[in-house]
Design a protein around this ligand. Structure first.
Ligand code: COI
Length: 349
């Protein structure tokens, strides 16, 4: 192997009741870390989870050169462990890194690091329905320079934390027409830290008004739907699965992509195209059954209970027989090996 990974396990292993852990709160016992210096990845290692020492002048702290991924590992029906869609996550990680002028991690190193870490912390992968081990590969620029420049030194790390249902209840959301998540030509398609930090303020305002999340619209006209919170926005209306087409400001979600593929395979009508708020409003006002949901790795499918457009709240359908739940189950069945993995999405340890 071109990038050998040294492994130093914890001497005393902990057994944890993962079920009570809030999302992202408790790390597993180990982490992966590698350094980029002199144009090369080096010193790749899995160690007990530990804090970092960084110069206060580290570039990531000032100019936001940070990129991350969110992935999941599942326990399959036959007890083997599956890391879902590692290839697609790796490809998106590379695209985000390119956009942020950060060095790519070789695929072999990314895959092997993930494999070894999940293997070592395999007891932390919940085997209950809705449970998974959330994997967070990420990179930060560590060079100590206050001058505005592209970093020459980086850390690539992977941490993991048990995850269950992300949202306890169907969401109440409002259409956001003042603030934007991303603009044409911006970093909306990259999974970089700044996209999330920039969303906090409008989301906080929405929460103060009693909403759980916002439905982002395009920055130019605020008439077209983009994403919902930190998820892709999807709808099921008139027997059609609908989602905004990928544009320069929408993240190429892995769950979005998986659900579209599953729906097509099931013979459902699927449309990826611009969707206007006016079209959504017309569907509500015509009394149509509207299913709306967010799709993302952390949340999987987050049902939306109501969408407020202007000052009017419209109810969405969240009944047990909703199509979104059929899609969710189909995805779950592939991940756990109950249904065949026809797309080769599963990376089984
Ligand atoms: C994910 O769904 O993995 C995300 O990145 C959303 C959030 C946890 C940041």
């Amino acid at each position: 192997m071109e990038y050998p990974i040294s492994i130093t396990p914890q001497t005393v292993r902990t057994v944890t009741d993962t079920k009570s852990i809030p999302f992202g709160k408790v790390p597993t016992e180990h982490m992966f870390i590698a350094e980029y210096r002199d144009g090369q990845w080096q010193n790749a290692r899995i160690t007990p989870f530990h804090d970092l020492t960084l110069s206060p002048m580290a570039l990531c702290l000032h100019y936001g050169q940070t990129v991350f991924e969110g992935m999941k590992a599942f326990v399959m029906e036959d007890s083997r462990i599956n890391i879902f869609r590692i290839d697609k996550h790796y490809d998106r990680f590379c695209k985000s890194l390119d956009r942020m002028c950060m060095p790519r991690v070789p695929k072999e190193l990314f895959t092997e690091a993930m494999h070894q870490l999940v293997q070592l912390d395999s007891k932390w992968v919940p085997d209950e329905a809705d449970g998974s081990l959330y994997l967070r590969p990420f990179m930060i620029a560590t060079e100590d320079r206050i001058g505005v420049k592209i970093g020459e030194e980086y850390l690539f790390m992977i941490v993991a934390s048990p995850a269950y249902q992300y949202y306890a209840n169907p969401l109440k959301i409002k259409v956001e027409t003042e603030f934007s998540r991303a603009a044409d030509g911006g970093t909306g398609t990259a999974k970089c830290g700044g996209n999330y930090g920039g969303a906090f303020y409008p989301t906080q305002l929405a929460k103060e008004q009693g909403f759980d999340q916002v439905l982002w619209t395009d920055s130019r006209t605020h008439t077209l739907i983009e994403e919902s919170g930190t998820m892709n926005a999807m709808f099921y209306i008139d027997n059609t699965l609908l989602t905004p087409a990928l544009s320069g400001s929408i993240l190429d979600g892995v769950t979005r992509d998986s659900l579209l593929a599953i729906a097509r395979e099931k013979g459902m009508k699927v449309e990826e195209r611009p969707i206007s708020i006016a079209e959504l409003k017309a569907a509500f006002e015509a009394g149509k059954r509207v299913e709306a949901f967010g799709a993302g790795t952390a949340a999987v499918i987050a049902p939306i209970a109501s969408i407020t457009i202007g000052d009017k709240a419209y109810d969405c359908y969240v009944g047990e027989d909703a199509t979104m739940f059929t899609l969710k189950k189909a995805l779950y069945d592939i991940r756990t090996g109950v249904a065949p993995d026809t797309h080769k999405w599963n990376y089984i340890l």
